[in-house]
Design a binder for this molecule. Structure first.
Ligand code: NPG
Length: 375
């Protein structure tokens, strides 16, 4: 492969699979997982990536139908036009003329990285510099109809060995619910995630949450309000973790240096790819700031890449990644299952270490498109 990897075609497959239970956040409710799978093919080798853009532009400005178009019309053609890929680290540069669209870019980069690594027989975690083979599972608990319903759901996760719970909050469903969960579970590691639903005018809510011994408060304010986050952090003992605000390693460095957060959530889709996600990890580690790997209800394709990232040495807190059955009754890959100690294994096979099961993908497929290289 000294001449590089010549990508022959890239196929887009849009899939939808039902979630085992609806997932509600401050920005909406999801009942099914819709995703674009990016399937790259080169030299008899297949690679897969998953696009985490949602059904609507609610978590960020990206959404599935727009991601499909930008992949089909711009990103894939520019990738195929660039000739053989000599080093996967060149992939982001080939997409650089397209502004924004980090989730679409991340899915194509992931598919190409997967082909590249499979062709070399190397696993993603090893390529990235992962240092462990099992990851503690964390669970993100959606907003429930009542505190009682939330506690029942949580008890189920605790019985399965969960080490960390993150509770979604929104204005009007915050201090009261979280205090009741804290009273019921005085020794459990709890954090909250507001998904940017508040402003500095709500500081009293966070001062009340500050009394509940939370591990962190995630993304309390608007994603562009770094200075407001710094102001809020200066008033709280509880670390603020940023998610939506961190679009790149440069922003991660800035946010840490200005005191806007003390923890960083890393999602490859949000920062434009697995390689940039690794750089976010690196800049945080250089600044002694803990990171963890977030989740976006991924199918096994995206989940496996998240598990590889979670093996990095600076990932010092359990993330959002759970076993497949927390999300789906039938995943697109072989399911990820919890060990009795509540951990998940980091895939070790070549590339992302899992392959979509074609029958499962077929059942879930909504549309397909294939873009061929013209050599
Ligand atoms: O377990 O994968 C998971 C979900 C973790 O809470 C989670 N994700 O805000 O981080 C988030 C949230 C999310 C889900 C965001 C879906 C966007 C879409």
């Amino acid at each position: 492969m000294t001449d590089g990897l010549a990508i022959e075609s890239v196929e887009l497959v849009e899939v939808a699979i039902p979630l085992v239970r609806p997932f509600r956040t401050s920005f909406g409710e999801e009942r099914r997982k819709r995703a674009i799978l990016v399937h790259a093919h080169a030299d008899g080798v297949d690679g897969w990536g998953e696009c985490v853009a949602g059904e609507t532009p609610a978590y960020s400005g990206e959404w599935i139908d727009a991601a499909w178009m930008v992949l089909e019309e711009f990103l894939i053609p520019s990738m195929l036009r660039g000739g053989p890929i000599v080093d996967p680290r060149d992939v982001p540069g080939r997409m650089a003329r397209v502004r924004g669209n980090p989730m679409a870019k991340a899915s194509l980069e992931a598919a190409i990285l997967d082909v590249w690594l499979r062709a070399r027989g190397q696993g993603l975690a090893e390529f990235l510099g992962g240092v462990c083979d099992r990851i503690p599972r964390g669970v993100s608990v959606g907003i429930a109809s009542s505190p009682k319903a939330m506690i029942e759901e949580i008890n189920g996760y605790l019985a399965q060995g969960s080490r960390r719970l993150k509770l979604k909050i929104e204005p009007g469903r915050d201090v009261d619910v979280v205090s009741r969960v804290r009273d019921a579970l005085p020794d459990t590691a709890l954090s909250v995630d507001a998904n940017a639903a508040y402003s500095l005018a709500d500081a009293a809510v966070f001062e009340a949450l500050d009394e509940l011994s939370l591990t962190m408060i995630e993304q309390p304010l608007h994603h562009e309000d770094l200075s407001d986050h710094a102001h809020l952090q200066s008033r709280l003992r509880t670390p603020i973790c940023l998610d939506e605000s961190i679009g790149s390693s440069a922003t991660a460095a800035l946010a840490i240096e200005m005191g806007a957060c003390r923890v960083v959530n890393i999602k490859p889709g949000r920062v434009g790819g697995i390689l940039e996600a690794k750089r976010v990890h690196d800049v945080a580690m250089e600044r002694s700031t803990p990171v963890w790997i977030g989740g976006m209800l991924e199918t096994g394709v995206g989940r496996s890449a998240n598990l590889a990232l979670a093996a990095l040495p600076g990932v010092s807190m359990p993330g959002d990644t759970s076993a497949s059955d927390r999300y789906f009754s039938e995943d697109l890959t072989e399911p990820f299952v919890l060990a009795p100690d509540g951990t998940l294994g980091v895939p070790s096979g070549p590339g992302i270490g899992v392959t979509p099961i074609s029958e499962h993908v077929k059942r879930a497929t909504l549309r397909r498109a294939r873009i061929e290289a013209r050599f």
